[in-house]
Design a protein around this ligand. Structure first.
Ligand code: R5P
Length: 296
């Protein structure tokens, strides 16, 4: 039964906070202030509102490479790592088949595909529709974009269609800039690719780190950039790359092989977190890695 005693009356004026303005803060992520509530909520599940950064764990390699080294069994390789990542990046088959929903992790869902490592890599299509992305409670949809590739236009088309669908349902799109074998991963190319993706509407962009001029790549991109890890590096080198990328404007990392191909995947993932979220030096983070590795 409705209870009138709970209705605030004139005697409870303090409860109204008269004279206290409602706090209004700009949204913490670059380029994201004018997005809707649902999209900002999803971005906040991926980028930590406190540090403003993210550590994403990528294991979507199988969508075109098949059973990648040390990722032959996604359940065995990834489940023990999941709790240390802010976001899991994978294809829907891997998600449904191998990752328990009880993990309650933010998901960056691989939504482009249709090729294999045996064919032309830029010839991708949209491989997941928005309804299934929403059904999976994806926090983002990831689309590969091949600037300068044979099917450049089609991959940009995949991106803009996904952005349009995401805008309708409040799901951000992550543009993943693929670099063709014949292209140079320099700041000129990466700047071109990331800027195009951002201007086409991607809410954040994944690209590679480059030794020269990476700060120009991040400066000229109006939305957050996260870096891919690339081929497996010695752990200290991987941590140095993370440090430089963050210092030069990246807002996170989306690493795969440098985590799951490490001798001690949990230890390196924790060390990467220390660099990204706690501003740790690569040397200290490496010490942490060694200690954790020797404890296991
Ligand atoms: C590549 O197309 C995939 O999106 C991978 O997720 C990405 O390359 C990150 O993985 P890794 O750190 O192994 O390069």
């Amino acid at each position: 039964m409705a209870d009138l005693d709970g209705v605030t009356g004139e005697d409870n004026a303090a409860g109204y906070g008269i004279g206290i303005p409602v706090e209004t803060k700009p949204y913490f992520l670059k380029g994201s202030n004018n997005l809707g509530w649902g999209m900002q909520d999803r971005l906040s599940r991926m980028f930590c509102p406190k540090s403003g950064k993210t550590v994403m764990l990528a294991f979507d390699h199988g969508y075109f490479m098949g059973p990648t080294s040390d990722l032959e069994r996604i359940d065995l390789a990834i489940r023990p790592l999941a709790e240390y990542a802010d976001v899991l990046m994978c294809a829907r088959g891997a998600l449904r088949g191998c990752i328990p929903p009880t993990y309650n992790k933010a998901i960056s869902l691989r939504c482009s595909g249709g090729i294999s490592v045996l064919t032309e890599l830029s010839n991708e299509v949209i491989a997941v529709n928005i309804e299934d992305a929403v059904r999976l409670n994806a926090s983002a949809m990831a689309i590969q974009v091949h600037i300068g590739g044979q099917y450049e236009r089609n991959t940009i088309d995949n991106l803009v269609r996904t952005v349009d669908a995401g805008m309708k349902y409040g799901v951000p799109t992550l543009a993943v800039t693929a670099v063709g074998r014949e292209m140079v991963r320099d700041s000129r190319y990466l700047g071109l690719a990331t800027r195009i993706c951002a201007e086409m509407g991607a809410q954040f962009v994944k690209t590679y780190y480059c030794d020269e001029g990476f700060e120009k790549v991040t400066a000229a991109c109006p939305v957050p950039i996260v870096i891919a890890g690339g081929k497996k590096l010695p752990e200290l080198d991987a941590l140095k790359m993370c440090r430089r990328a963050i210092d030069e404007g990246a807002l996170g990392v989306d690493m795969g092989r440098n985590i799951f191909q490490s001798e001690a995947p949990i230890a390196i993932l924790k060390a990467v977190r220390a660099v990204v979220h706690e501003n740790e030096t690569p040397e200290k983070a490496f010490e942490m890695y060694e200690t954790l590795k020797n404890e296991q």
